[in-house]
Ligand binder design. Structure first.
Ligand code: SF4
Ligand code: SF4
Length: 432
């Protein structure tokens, strides 16, 4: 580590104290930052260089300043502050942090500072990216039906709670069953390959939910996952429990659209906390029945047609280097949005949880047993620590987060017992 992360509270404070600024990023964020500097200072005299890794941008001018490659500037200027003005800032942060020429230079991230967050270490920035940003994104999904003013106020309030140190987790997946009505070729968790697919005991799931919730202040969304979650015989009990929990702000379910739940379950599914996704894999007759029952009971659902999946690839070992695994883990959406709890264990991601259940993988550091921690603080630390690991060993058997990922059609079946229609359901624009 060579970079010093600066904890400026806002751009005005930074401009007051810094004389030489390098703007890293010549895209929308970079231009916005330059406009803000010009507005505050009246000119861009303090900006000594604009840097971008994209070769196609290098050589272009912004406000008379040439965009250049990082290699070009590192030996020219004396100590400056580097402001990273890019949404995907982590790779640039790693890049400058690993360049000895920048040893002792200050660095900060524009949009993080702009949102009122301030950090003084690379580790704190990492925590922000993996915990706080995910919380805000998931919370924005929970409140997307509200008007713009309400949304801004609520998001701001959530940011304040995080800044005040509230322990909030964005999303946790609880697997309820490994049974499924379908056999999808590209199933992420290889559910069709379970030898003896079973439901998880309801008392074990409720215990696990308690073990998790006891040591945090809030979870923005809990996802009940399968297999096919609507096959779970105690879904009503589970939904009732989660709906009543004040620490759980939202409950999510995704169904493959082949199972119509019973009336009691539909009643719970219609609660305002619950959001349901219906994946359209082409079983049109069943989809129609499911959509009809959801509409009739006022279930809040979204319908996903024409989906594609990202294929995680086979189970062979890729032999990636530690650096490659770190980058893959950082880039994998599931690594920070799909931590999964089942049978008392918290797993680095949902794919690994299912491979562990099938005795395919068992990597000591990719999961923790929640049952081992009686002390709440120790359990909480262990949970948050799993979010902060550099990489998971299971990533070496998966293509997510890498360029090797292929896109495949969603829900192609291994057997022909389900007829996959070429048609789909379309919502009317005007209620006839
Ligand atoms: S519907 Fe398909 S993808 Fe989903 S759990 Fe079942 S087999 Fe897997
Ligand atoms: S194994 Fe690694 S790359 Fe694959 S889904 Fe899990 S965290 Fe992501």
């Amino acid at each position: 580590m060579s970079i010093v992360v600066s904890d400026y509270k806002n751009i005005c404070q930074l401009l007051e104290e810094e004389e030489r600024i390098i703007v890293f990023g010549a895209g929308t964020f970079g231009k916005k930052l330059l406009a803000e500097i010009e507005q505050i200072c009246g000119n861009l005299d303090k900006v000594v260089a604009i840097v971008d890794n994209e070769a196609s941008k290098q050589g272009d001018l912004i406000n008379g300043l040439e965009i250049c490659a990082v290699d070009k500037i590192r030996n020219i200027y004396k100590k400056c502050i580097i402001i990273i003005a890019m949404k995907a800032y982590e790779s640039v942060l790693r890049q400058v942090d690993n360049m000895p020429q920048f040893n002792g230079w200050k660095c900060c991230v524009y949009h993080i500072m702009n949102e009122g967050w301030c950090y003084s270490t690379v580790e704190e920035l990492k925590y922000h990216k993996r915990i706080n940003e995910k919380v805000i994104t998931q919370y924005a999904m929970n409140i997307q039906h509200m008007n713009e003013r309400e949304k801004v106020q609520l998001l701001d309030h959530k940011r304040q709670e995080l800044r005040a140190g509230k322990h909030i987790i964005a999303k946790m997946v609880f697997i309820a069953t490994n049974r499924c009505t379908l056999k999808c070729e590209g199933c992420l968790g290889r559910v069709p390959y379970f030898n003896d697919p079973k439901d998880i005991d309801i008392n074990i799931i409720l215990r696990d939910i308690d073990l998790f919730l006891q040591c945090i202040d809030e979870c923005i969304a809990i996802e009940i996952a399968g297999g096919e979650p609507l096959l779970y015989p105690h879904l009503d009990v589970l939904l009732d429990y989660l709906i009543k929990s004040e620490k759980v702000l939202g409950v999510r379910l995704t169904t493959n659209g082949t199972v119509v739940p019973n009336e009691t379950t539909l009643g719970y599914m219609a609660h305002e906390k619950v959001k349901v996704g219906i994946s359209d894999y082409g079983m049109l007759d069943r989809l129609a029945q499911v959509v009809y029952s959801f509409e009739k009971h006022g279930v809040n659902f979204v319908f996903h047609s024409n989906m594609t999946w990202t294929d995680p690839g086979d189970l062979s070992k890729r032999n990636r280097s530690k650096e490659e695994l770190k980058e893959q883990f950082e880039n994998c959406w599931d690594a920070f949005n799909c931590k999964t709890i089942v049978n008392g264990r918290l797993f680095a991601c949902a794919r690994y949880a299912r491979l562990y259940m099938q005795d395919i993988h068992n990597f000591e550091k990719d999961s923790i047993s929640l049952l081992e921690y009686e002390n709440l603080e120790e359990r909480r630390n262990a949970i948050f620590d799993l979010y902060m690991v550099d990489y998971a060993n299971s990533c070496d058997y998966c293509n997510f987060g890498t360029k090797d990922c292929k896109t495949i059609p969603a829900g192609l079946q291994m057997s022909t017992s389900f007829y996959r229609s070429a048609y789909t359901l379309v919502k009317r624009k005007v209620d006839a």
